[in-house]
Structure formats: structure tokens, C-alpha cells
Design a protein around this ligand. Sequence first.
Ligand code: M6R
Length: 610
Amino acid sequence: MCGIIGYVGARPCRDILFNGLRKLEYRGYDSAGISVLREGSFSLVRAVGNLDSLEALLDTVDDKASVGIAHTRWATHGVPSERNAHPHTDCSGRFAIVVNGIVENYLRLRAELVEEGHVFSSDTDAEVVAHLLERHYRGSFLSALRDAYAELQGHFTIVAMSRADPELILAVRKETPLVLGLGEGENFAASSVAAFMSHTRVAVFPRSGEFAEIRRHGIELYDEQGNPVAFEGHVVDWDEDAAEKGGFETFMLKEIYEQPTALVDTLAERVGPDGLVRLDGMGLQDELFRDASQIVIVACGTSYHAGLLGKYALERWARLPVEIDVASEFRYRDPVLDERTICIAITQSGETADTLAAMRVARHSGAHVLVVTNILGSQATREADGVLFTRAGLEIGVAATKTLLAQFLVLLLLALHVARVRGKLDEDTVIRTVNELRSVPASLARLLAGEAPAQLQELAQRYRGSPFFLYMGRNVGLPVCLEGALKLKEISYVPAESYAAGEMKHGPIALLTHGSPVVAVATDGRTYEKLVSNMQEVRARGAHVLAVASEGNEGIREVADHVVYVPATSEMVSPLLAVVPLQLFAYHVAQANGEKVDQPRNLAKTVTVE
Ligand code: M6R
């Protein structure tokens, strides 16, 4: 969603801010703006559309100022327009602010402020923040922000400047992301490390409700009562190239090709010298898993699909009852949980509002919460009892790819570990499966270097005009299908549905006509024969079957119109490979249709609002 960057230092900051916004483009936006402060006055520019529109106006911004804030806006309250873009100012012109998130009580606050004589110049919820600063200002910028914050409800991050404090920016977050960058004689505030990674790797992650005073030579944090708070810097080891396309035409394609590395990095330190899984530092003791009565998994979107594989693995290997739900449903449906429940929340960003809320519901009911996330210092890591990190590196493409694979892997490792702890799998089986997982990155690299990518590009060309795609699979092939259909919808805007293949006869098969493309995930496994029957059924109705199958399965050619082979693995491991052709297929359909793959319409990388 919205992206923020603020800078205080010695260097002219206009271009630093603008380049920071470029690094935040992946979050999704429809307008943008910059304000810098020098010699007691703001220089401000805003534009609708992509950053090129803002860039065209940059010459009008003071290029000597060394304090400033900037923003990319993803519209929620008020249409995308210049007047609704941030930064916003108050009536006196003393304050300039940028906000990410939603101020839920803004209508009441706005009415009060208008009553007091404040004049609003936008339709946004965010503008109330500037006028509240004006309302509460008595000579102390920090106190004014604290008082303003106390009146605000919702989830948001605020970064603000004041003409009266020309070498200071203030920042505070309530649930939504904020990370501070500690540089040499310069400091940053941003929505993501990506915004300042080319200037500093030292990041501070303030807690919700902590106020940051950011000056050229240092940062101070205060709690809501104004007491200083100790903090530490974390060195972020993401590759700086992560924020560049590195020769690929899109971030998404680059990230698809980075998947073998994401798996290697996620596996590192997770396998002990004995060949068993090591989950050191997870934060939840083995006894909890040994004594657990159930596991509930909560997540949204692609992370939910990872959770489905986690369910299959935990049930099959660890023999624990596992329930799974999308976080937005779970949080409102009074789930039955207790202290013998372990809730696994999966969220690559660690900031998804519904997932965070679902975690709170689980904790409130006494459950122990383990989060699987890709982001160090994210809100989810602060609220969970335990954390398992995926090591996929920075993912810029809005459509998740490498983070999904890393989630699949972490969940399989967790399931193996829990199975051993509970005495449901012997050590030899665990070691054998871990070894198989270790061989996946090489198999995947071989898949990506082989014929499959070109074949998928060709298939995408052939079927790109189809008005509808059906995906079907069984067992662990089902999460793969759900993900394949989601990828296609997200980036190519082509309607696609995914069904458990056994459900076809109960409705979806009615959709099929001559030439309808049906994607079948038909890798080897316990339900393979059943799936073949379903393939025959859809072909009998004229559908064309595009099958993903295990290498060596020549027989499938008789029941499929097209076969894309992936290296053969055991069933539970197969999704790590089978999902990749579906990512590539969606990618090439979108490319063939001329869509903007990295920034699909209406979508944001991190969904920090409900
Ligand atoms: O950051 P999270 O994993 O919590 O995000 C959840 C979903 O918003 C996300 O997976 C979304 O579905 C992606 N756009 C999928 O490509």
C-alpha cells in the first residue's frame, strides 16, 4: 500500500527521496508527492499517476534542502488526484505530513476541526493529522504529535516535518510498517528497508506507539508517555541488487528465477550435522508441539496456499489435527482454541492487517502463536510467541513467487520436526526427506534452465485469448492449483477458478466448452489415477488439458493435450517444483496480453488495511 520515506542529513535530499520512492513502487500506488524543508519554508510537489509524472515536476522542488518527506499513495479515502496526494499541510502551513494506513475516526475529527475553523484541502482521512498537529501545537512538535496520535483510531504510520524545527522529522506507527535507517551523518524513516538500502543497512524497527525523533546525527525513541526507549540497530543482509531488475524484464520474472537461491538460503542453518531439522531460535518449545491438541493456520492470499500445504504435511507426518482459514474469516468467527492450540500465522510481509488480527484472536484465546515471515522486525514478529523466518530476500513483484516457495519449505521442515518430536516419523525418514528437500534447489535450477520456460511461453501465446481457465488438482496438488489460478487472476486479469478435481462433477465441469483450457497438476502421488480420470472427463467435454507431470511419466501424454514436466520427487515435496510452471504460465499470459506484471491494477504488495 502507501510508501513513505523521510530524510534528515547533510546532503540535498530531493533526489534521495525520489529514488527512495522508486524503490517503494512495488507496494502499489496511484499518486505521489515530495516535500522538502529549507530556510523555514516547504517546497512541495504532488502528481497523479506513476512516478514519471512526479519526476517531470521535480525541477520545481528545492534541490538544496536536506530535510524532507515523500510518499506514494494507494487511494482509500478520496480518488487518486493531485489534491489527495500526500504530503498534506495544515492551515498555518507549519506542518507537512505523510501517512500510510487508515485513520478510522477521521469523519468525526474532520467535523470537529472544521467546526473549529480548519480548512481542508483534500478528501483524505490523512489530512486530519496535519490539522490535529496544528490544534495541539504549543511550542513542542513532539508533544503535538503525541497529542494528535492519542486522538487517532485506526492503523497508520505518520512521518511529519515542522517549519519550526527545520532539522527534525518525527515518525510514529500504529500497527503499520515503519523502519528507521541509521546512516553516517544522515538518517531515514521509511515503510521498508528497500527505500534506503542503498544508503545504509542499519535498521531500527520501532514498536507500535513509539515516537521517533530523527535528526541528522541521531535518532531517539520515546514511548507514549514521553519516556526514552532503548533500541538496537539490525544489519539487514538483503542483496542491494534485490531492488534492481538485474537484466530481467520484470521483478516477477527475476524473482521466479531467484527461487533456487531462496530455497538454499531458507535451508541454511536449518539442517543439523545429523541431517535432522534444526529450528533453533523458533521460540516455541518442542513440548508445546508434543502436547498440542490442534494446530490452526491463518493467512491470506498466496500465504494461505502455503498454509494448505502445511496442513497436509502436518496431518500426514505429525498426525496432528490441523485447521486452516483465511485470516479475514478466522478473526470474526469465534474459533474454538485453547492453550493446547498452536496457531501458525503465515505472512511474507509480517504486516497484513487481517493476519495480525487473527494472531491477536488466537493469542487472546490462549493459543501459542508461531509466525512464518520473510521480514525481520515486522509487526507479526513482535506479536508472535515464536518466529520462523523464510530467507527469500526482498520480494518486489506484487505477485508473490519466491516467498511462497520459501514458505512451502519452512512448513515442510516444521512438519518434519514436529513429526519427529511427536514420535510419528522415525529419524531415518526425516533425514531422507530432508535430503530430498536439499536436492530441490538444484532440480528447480534445472527446470528453469530447461525447456519448460519456453514451452510455457508458447502455451501462454496459444491460450492467452481464452476467456476463462480452470485449474484442478488433488491432495497437495490443490494448493498448487489455487496458487496458479490466483497468479493468473492477479497479473493477467483473466478469470480463473481452481477446484479440487473431485469437485468437478459437482458443478464446475458445466463451465467447460470446446477448447476450454484446464490446467491439471498431475505430479506423482496417491491420487494420481483419480486425477487422470478427471482429466479424461474434462477432455470428453472438449476441454484442452495442460498437465504438469513428473518427469518419466510418458503415459500422461495420452490423456493431456500438453504436458510440462517437472523433476520427479516424493508427493509432499512436489509442490515446490509443480508450482513454478504455473507461475511462469501466468507470467507469460500477462506479458502476452501487455499487462503491467509487477504492479497489477488495484493490488498492493502489503495489505495493511482490513
Ligand atoms: O504479506 P502476506 O503474505 O501476508 O500477504 C498476503 C497476501 O496479500 C498476498 O499473498 C497476496 O495474495 C499476493 N499478492 C499474492 O501474490
